[in-house]
Design a protein around this ligand. Structure first.
Ligand code: FE2
Ligand code: FE2
Length: 277
C-alpha cells in the first residue's frame, strides 16, 4: 500500500508536532492531508476511472507483449524512427538459439533489463540477484499483464527456483514500499495505474505471501534495482553478463524453443512472432 509513516508524519509537520496533537487533532490533520492528496490527484494525474475510459480509444490492449505491436509504452528501449506505424522486420534466429541470441535478436535494445542488472552489479549484490535483475521484466516481451508470472514461467525450467521466485513476486512488491531498503512506491505508477489505484486482492495476497517467505529479499532487491531513471547515458551491453548467464542459465542442447519443455512454445512465439497461426 502507499502507506508510509515517515512521509505522513513529515507532511503533518514532523514527529514532535504530531506528538502534541490529541487524537481528534490528528484525525483532522489526516483528513486535511487526504483532501490535499485528492486535490493533487484530480489536478495533476489521471484517476483509475479516467484511465479505464481510454480503453476503447486504442487499437491495441495495454497488456499486449512489446514484441507484438507498436505504440505501446515499452521498458525494453526507445522507439525506432519507423516504429510509430510499422513493426520491424526481425533478424533471423540461429537454429539452436540461446538466451544471448534472444537478447540480441528479439529483446533488443533491452536497456531497462541491462541497466537494472548493472545497478545490482555495481552495488555489489549477489550474482543470483544480478541475474534475476537481468531477466526480471522478460515476460513483458510476450505479455505485459502479469509480466512477473509470465516471466517466471518462461524461465522456470532453466534457472534456480530462487531466481524464478524473485521474478514472479517482484511484480507484486513494486506496489509496496519497504523503508528498510529505501524502496518507495514508484511515481510512474500514479501515471500508469491512476493516482487513486489500489492493487487488486490477488496482488495483495502475493505480496503477503512473499513478505513472509525466506526469499522475500531476493524479490525485493529486484524492485530496488528496477531502473526507472531511463538514463540514456547508462549504456550496457549483454556481453557484460555472458559469464553470469553461463553460470546461472541451463541452456537446453536443442536450443531455447526446441527442447520440448512445457514452455518451449512460448520461446518459439518470441523467436517467430510473424508466424500467422
Ligand atoms: Fe517488472
Ligand atoms: Fe523493471
Amino acid at each position: 500500500m502507499k502507506f508510509n509513516v515517515e512521509k505522513i508524519l513529515s507532511a503533518l509537520g514532523g514527529k514532535e508536532v504530531v506528538a502534541k496533537m490529541d487524537s481528534e487533532g490528528r484525525a483532522e490533520a489526516l483528513e486535511v492531508l487526504r483532501v490535499q492528496e485528492l486535490a493533487e490527484c484530480i489536478l495533476h494525474q489521471k484517476t483509475v476511472s479516467q484511465i479505464d475510459e481510454e480503453i476503447s480509444t486504442r487499437t491495441f490492449r495495454k497488456g499486449v507483449g512489446t514484441l507484438y505491436c507498436v505504440g505501446a509504452a515499452t521498458p525494453f528501449g526507445v522507439r525506432q524512427a519507423n516504429e510509430d506505424l510499422f513493426v520491424q522486420r526481425l533478424p533471423k534466429m540461429p537454429q539452436k538459439p540461446g538466451l544471448i541470441d534472444y537478447f540480441k535478436l528479439r529483446f533488443f535494445p533491452a536497456h531497462h533489463l541491462l541497466r537494472s542488472a548493472d545497478l545490482a552489479l555495481k552495488a555489489g549484490m549477489d550474482e543470483e540477484i544480478v541475474f534475476a535483475c537481468l531477466l526480471h521484466d522478460l515476460g513483458q516481451v510476450i505479455m505485459k499483464t502479469d509480466h512477473g508470472w509470465w516471466g517466471a514461467q518462461l524461465l522456470e525450467p532453466y534457472v534456480s527456483e530462487k531466481v524464478s521466485f524473485a521474478i514472479r513476486y517482484h511484480q507484486a512488491l513494486r506496489f509496496f514500499p519497504d523503508d528498510s531498503v529505501n524502496y518507495e512506491y514508484p511515481k510512474d505508477y500514479n501515471a500508469i495505474f491512476g493516482c487513486d489505484y489500489e492493487p487488486p486482492p490477488y496482488i495483495m495476497d502475493a505480496y503477503q505471501y512473499c513478505r513472509n517467505h525466506r526469499w522475500y529479499m531476493a524479490a525485493r532487491l529486484i524492485t530496488v534495482n528496477d531502473d526507472y531513471a531511463f538514463n540514456p547515458y547508462h549504456d550496457v551491453e549483454i556481453d557484460k553478463f555472458t559469464d553470469i548467464i553461463g553460470r546461472n542459465f541451463n541452456h537446453p542442447k536443442e536450443g531455447l524453443g526446441f527442447d520440448n519443455t512445457s514452455v518451449a512454445h512460448m520461446w518459439r512465439s518470441i523467436a517467430m512472432p510473424d508466424t500467422p497461426l
